[in-house]
Design a binder for this molecule. Structure first.
Ligand SMILES: [Zn+2]
Ligand SMILES: [Zn+2]
Length: 352
């Protein structure tokens, strides 16, 4: 084991603060990564504050991790010291169930090991600690290769926000000739616009704020519909092949289901706190599908990173220092970020 410094919340109500803990020394299959940047996801806030009811403190969040390999175990073949590397939402899974065998570790039937706040198989009695830290040690099978041509800090959010939107766009075969809607322009929505555009679809952003139209078009939307405009919404009825709903606030899902064509799908990736009230008629007519999707498997995450490398896609980010994290949380809750905060890990205090 070795000592590592990070930032963690000690309770649901405590602000994040410097934190010292132990990481395992790399085993034969492990990759040790010096973390350079870590994106800030809404899940980090929910977990630090115990809002999902599964937190065990201290919580050291962060699952949008990029850095450089600083050590490798003897059996590691996929990485060498000095390589760029990334870690997303998972650091392990059972590797035996049907989902794991299908490369869908995110749906591991025995529960994947989250990058933070999960029991750590490698250090019994301890929890996993995430990317708000200087160093992480992860099995090579859960480490991603990072395209060299992209701005590294802006790659970090691809590891959660990027794959969360890429996976459903791919699963429902979004591409040329299709009319695709993206609901909400935040961390997820801004990635969805870029990715759906690069996949060749005709992309429409739905937003409650008319003043987001210009930015949406810059990010890849061909059209923008203001969802509060009832006439504009009515004009879109039953015309979309696929809609990706990225909104985590309460909203009327039927207003979007109505816009789906026969046999088309509305997929939910935003996670509102309260149940969504779906009218049966919104899906009965005309045989619409309502679906969900969770991040993506490791192989698909690598495919997404390679796709982003090929198409020059990264997140739009605002860089912060480690000690600005609590203020960043408040700004995220107020939707005041364009469109993802990324922590510059060089700003981590030397010792906690
Ligand atoms: Zn996330
Ligand atoms: Zn499994």
């Amino acid at each position: 084991m070795f000592a590592c410094t990070g930032y963690a919340a000690e309770s649901a109500t405590a602000p994040l603060a410097p934190f010292s803990f132990q990481r395992r020394s790399p085993g034969p299959n492990d990759v040790q990564i010096d973390i350079l940047y870590c994106g800030v996801c809404h899940s980090d806030i929910h977990t630090a504050r115990g809002e999902w009811g599964n937190s065990v403190w201290p919580v050291c969040p962060g699952h949008e991790i990029v850095g450089r390999v600083s050590a490798v175990g003897g059996d590691v073949t996929k990485f060498k010291v000095g390589d760029l590397a990334g870690v997303g939402c998972m650091v392990d899974s059972c590797r035996e169930c049907a989902s794991c065998r299908d490369g869908l570790e995110q749906y591991c039937e025995n529960g994947f090991t989250g990058t933070y706040n999960d029991p750590d198989k490698n250090m019994p009695g301890s929890r996993t600690y995430g990317g708000y830290s200087k160093v992480i040690v992860v099995d090579q099978d859960f480490v991603l290769r990072i395209p060299e041509n992209l701005e590294l800090a802006a790659v970090a959010p691809l590891l959660c926000a990027g794959i969360t939107t890429y996976s459903p766009l791919r699963h429902w075969r979004v591409g040329p000739g299709q009319k695709v809607g993206i609901v909400g322009l935040g961390g997820l929505g801004h990635m969805a616009l870029k990715l759906a555009h690069a996949m060749g679809a005709e992309v429409t952003l739905f937003t409650t704020s008319p003043n987001k139209a210009e930015d949406a078009k810059r990010l890849g939307a061909h059209r923008v519909v203001v969802s509060r405009d009832a006439d504009a919404m009515a004009a879109e009825t039953a015309s979309f092949d696929f809609i990706l709903d990225c909104v985590s606030a309460d909203h009327d899902i039927n207003a979007y289901l109505r816009l789906i064509k026969r046999d088309g799908t509305l997929c939910q990736v935003g996670a509102p706190e309260k149940p969504l009230a779906i009218s049966a008629f919104s899906v009965i007519f005309p045989r619409r599908h309502f679906a969900g999707s969770l991040i993506g498997g490791i192989a698909e995450t690598q495919e997404m990173l390679d796709f982003c490398g090929e198409h020059g896609i990264t997140a739009d980010i605002e860089m912060i220092a480690m000690d600005e994290i609590n203020e960043a949380y408040e700004r995220m809750i107020a939707s005041d970020v364009k469109y993802r905060f990324v922590i510059d890990m060089a700003t981590m205090p030397k010792a906690a």
